[in-house]
Design a protein around this ligand. Structure first.
Ligand SMILES: NC(=O)c1ccc[n+]([C@@H]2O[C@H](COP(=O)([O-])OP(=O)(O)OC[C@H]3O[C@@H](n4cnc5c(N)ncnc54)[C@H](O)[C@@H]3O)[C@@H](O)[C@H]2O)c1
Length: 325
């Protein structure tokens, strides 16, 4: 039985991944310091003999060494995530994302474990190209804006992962996730979908940042998890970078209207300037659309759920949490 170590396993994507891996017969160890993750995300797995949870930071070298020594595969998702958190706590972001990935690669290299690294569409920066291909240029904003610390930290993670592959032959795969949504994602750190859904369910105004005409593509977490497992199992994915996302593009205004309709809410939409929502001088991208040709041709990846279907799963989950479902 393949033993998989999932860093950030009690987080949003991590907990869904652990569940799918267990269902497919893998043995899973999740390490998470619960900085943004939650125990309740993995509650349903605690009784499974194939699942083990370690509450610890990946920056603890002894624990990481023991866990890597027992693993065949490491799926590295632990990171400081969410635009709000990044703007408010840039030191934590840089430390967690760069030192954490360095620790994972260095330790996995000791035991020759394959490593999948979660990167982000943020690495494309402010490039206006549509769609983004994996080898396109990245256009980073100035270092005076904390927002770019996250993008840069993920770019460094990619460089480091590819360097371990080229220099030491460590099997490394880079997954560049675009916006992913689903139950258990927290709105607390600036994630737009859970935040707008909670506002709609509470009858509060839906706060749309900027003019709301910026567009995004939201992938369902089940599709993202299938992509991760597909890439983990494909030998030709090694040493490569893959976009993982949906190509169904929607403006944030359209998203807010759709959420109001699907929740039967009486809420209005309120536009909040970026400066007020984040920090003065905050920069955002107008569009962010992935090219998914590469992952499609290697593992046959295709989104199974539409945006509307994904939103319904999140609405159901949020209703249950608010006690209104
Ligand atoms: N959700 C998205 O839309 C999206 C988009 C692009 C990239 N990503 C990447 O996917 C990965 C997972 O993101 P997510 O959306 O599930 O966020 P998340 O915040 O739910 O998951 C991250 C997990 O890492 C844990 N963590 C943070 N620092 C840690 C440390 N030092 N040691 C151990 N655990 C630690 C957190 O507690 C959390 O459970 C991240 O690397 C993120 O950058 C996510």
């Amino acid at each position: 039985m393949t033993k998989v170590l999932v860093t950030g396993g009690a987080g949003f994507i991590g907990s869904h991944l652990c569940e799918a891996l267990i269902q497919q017969g893998f043995s899973v160890v999740a390490i998470d310091d619960l900085s943004t993750g939650r125990q309740e995300n993995i509650q349903c797995l605690r009784s499974s003999p194939a699942f083990q949870f370690v509450r610890e930071t990946i920056l603890n070298p002894q624990v990481l060494d023991r866990l890597c020594s027992e693993a065949d595969l490491v799926i590295h998702l632990a990171a400081a995530v969410g635009v709000k958190l990044i703007v408010e706590d840039p030191v934590f972001t840089i430390n967690t994302n760069i030192k954490g990935t360095e620790a994972v690669l260095n330790t996995a290299n000791r035991y020759g474990c394959k490593v999948l690294i979660a990167s982000s569409s943020e690495v494309y920066g402010k490039s206006e190209k549509v769609p983004f291909h994996e080898d396109d240029d990245c256009l980073m904003g100035p270092t005076s804006h904390s927002r770019w610390a996250y993008a840069t930290s993920k770019a460094v993670d990619e460089f480091l992962g590819l360097a371990y592959y080229r220099q030491f032959g460590l099997p490394v795969v880079i997954m560049r996730f675009f916006n992913t949504i689903g139950p258990r994602q927290t709105g607390q750190y600036g994630m737009v979908v859970p935040r707008l859904i909670r506002q709609a369910l509470r009858g509060e105004p839906l706060e749309v940042y900027g003019d709301g005409e910026q567009t995004r593509c939201f992938a369902d977490v089940c599709d993202t998890v299938n992509a991760i497992i597909g890439l983990a199992q494909h030998p030709q994915a090694v040493g490569q970078v893959f976009n993982v996302g949906s190509t169904e593009e929607v403006s944030i205004n359209e998203l807010a209207h759709l959420i109001i309709r699907l929740t039967n809410s009486r809420s209005e939409i309120r536009h909040i300037p970026y400066d007020e929502a984040y920090a003065p001088g905050f920069e955002d991208m107008r569009r962010r659309v992935p090219s998914i040709e590469k992952i499609q041709s290697l593992i046959g990846y295709r989104a199974q759920r539409t945006l509307r279907e994904s939103l319904m799963t999140v609405i159901k989950y949020e209703k249950a949490r608010l006690g209104t479902g």
